[in-house]
Design a protein around this ligand. Structure first.
Ligand SMILES: Cc1ncc(COP(=O)(O)O)c(C=O)c1O
Length: 472
């Protein structure tokens, strides 16, 4: 294709042009998936080089999209970290699958409107089906339901809006909320967005295992009640981002019930592990929550953006969000129809459920169970390799596919190791802070990671640490 053959007033390609461009895109993606482990894990781009490349007005006359694809191959895709790479262990990796990617193309290609039953009936039915399966998987009763959202941040926000509406009738004066210092920043941001002030938020120090302490929580709630405040919500973690720690969910649920408080469980990272036997054994009590965040774009191997919020009583989600404007009168004529847009922030929304449905149907749940179990095992292999070498301290042992560790005494050394690994390009990890000290951290949820990937990564880290120590 030399030049787009359409008349200038039409935003269209011919059939042949669509095919040629579409096949090239598919070929590019197939090569990406097939060759990923042989590619570098990616590097952070240089703003002085990248920003000027795109800081232009678009052309008046169109260009050949195949040429543009070549430009993207050169200037865009290599200058991002490959979060789906088997040796990407930083933050929370995004090990998506090809079927999920194709589902995104289908959802976008048919431009499915997933906001209302009227606009996208079958899409709403697919979403209901997948969400109900996730609810059953988490042990929720038939009253439960939920919604696909952009990710964990939006899931936490959506759940907290439901909690505020259900328990406070949206009057937040004097209402207080409790979670550990290991809780993801999106919870604090969500509270800010929904109007809570800092002095209504109790971020409690976590215990020796990075878990919320029931005793401290009880005391904090009692102290607030004594001051005439209104404790209304506990946010618990089913897998913290830092260490994979799981708060004592059953005890927290009992406490929440006794105190007539809402229990939200942030399982954006860890709740999907419930599909595996090992995860299920670690998550008793999750079924007692009032709401759960669960991110399929993390440990359920979906492409971004795919988060999910589940609510024990889905009617509460609807009460919190439904508004019936004049121009949606045809949408709201039938009360029993499921309108996703009545259950969250977005009205126009993409068909996220499709990728989860299509990949579950394609590979079967058993493949997902095994892939999740592999994440647990890989972190344990990393811990074993570290313990077998001198000079490494485990700061948080392998749990929920996460292990935290450090070399030597200085925080600066951990930062240097992150930088050296990034420059080296074989594997990528990032650091965090645990009880005031810098810690390296591996998150091993990518099922395409091999044992050799882990061993090779630890070997490199060990070599780099020794070189730095030798230089003194
Ligand atoms: C425990 C936890 N909660 C919430 C989030 C936020 O999720 P997202 O980045 O999908 O908005 C994350 C992200 O890593 C997380 O690990």
């Amino acid at each position: 294709m030399k030049k787009v053959s359409t008349e200038s007033s039409r935003i269209e390609l011919s059939r042949d042009e669509m095919r040629e461009f579409g096949y090239r895109v598919v070929d590019l993606l197939v090569e990406h998936f097939a060759n990923l482990e042989r590619e570098p894990v990616g590097k952070k781009g240089d703003p002085d080089r990248l920003v000027p490349l795109f800081d232009h007005d678009p052309p008046e006359t169109g260009r050949d999209p195949n040429e543009l694809l070549a430009q993207l191959e050169r200037d865009v895709f290599p200058s991002n970290l490959h979060v789906d790479h088997p040796r990407f262990f930083a933050f929370v990796p995004g090990p998506n699958n090809f079927v999920s990617t194709m589902a995104d193309a289908l959802a976008a290609g048919f431009n499915v409107f997933n906001g209302t039953w009227l606009g996208g009936s079958a899409a709403a039915a697919v979403e209901l089906g997948v969400v109900r399966w996730l609810c059953r998987t988490c042990g929720f009763p038939d009253s439960a339901g939920g919604l696909f959202v952009s990710g964990g941040s939006m899931a936490n926000l959506t759940a907290l809006v439901a909690a505020r509406n259900a328990l406070l009738k949206d009057r937040i004066d004097g209402a207080t909320i409790y979670f550990s210092d290991q809780t993801h920043s999106s919870v604090q941001r969500a509270l800010h967005v929904v109007g809570f002030l800092r002095d209504q938020v109790r971020k409690l120090p976590s215990d020796g295992n990075f878990r919320l302490s029931i005793r401290d929580l009880r005391e904090a709630i009692a102290a607030d009640r004594a001051k005439g405040l209104r404790p209304f919500c506990i946010v618990a973690n089913a897998g913290t981002t830092n260490t994979g720690a799981i708060d004592p969910l059953s005890e927290l649920a009992n406490l929440a019930t006794a105190e007539k408080m809402w229990l939200h469980i942030d399982g954006a990272f860890g709740a999907a592990a419930i599909l595996s036997e090992r995860g299920r054994a670690l998550l008793p009590g999750i079924e007692l929550a009032d709401s759960i965040s669960l991110d399929p774009h993390k440990w359920l191997f979906q492409s971004f953006e795919c988060g999910c919020v589940l609510v024990r009583d889905v009617a509460l989600l609807k009460s919190a969000f439904q508004i019936k404007p004049d121009y949606l009168r045809d949408v709201h004529r039938h009360e029993t129809e499921f309108n996703p847009g009545d259950h969250g922030v977005q009205l126009s929304r993409s068909f996220r459920a499709l990728k989860v449905w299509l990949s579950l149907q394609t590979f079967g749940v058993s493949a997902f169970r095994q892939a999740i179990t592999r994440g647990f095992e890989l972190a344990e292999i990393a811990e074993r390799e570290l313990r077998a070498r001198k000079g490494w301290e485990i700061l948080s042992p392998a749990q929920m596919a996460t292990v935290c560790f450090r070399s030597g005494e200085s925080d600066e050394l951990q930062t240097q190791l992150v930088d050296l690994m990034m420059r080296d390009g074989y594997a990528l990890l990032t650091s965090t802070e645990l009880r005031g000290v810098a810690s390296l951290r591996l998150c091993t949820i990518n099922p395409r990671t091999t044992e050799q990937d882990i061993v090779g990564t630890i070997e490199r880290l060990d070599n780099f640490a020794r070189e730095i120590n030798k230089r003194g």
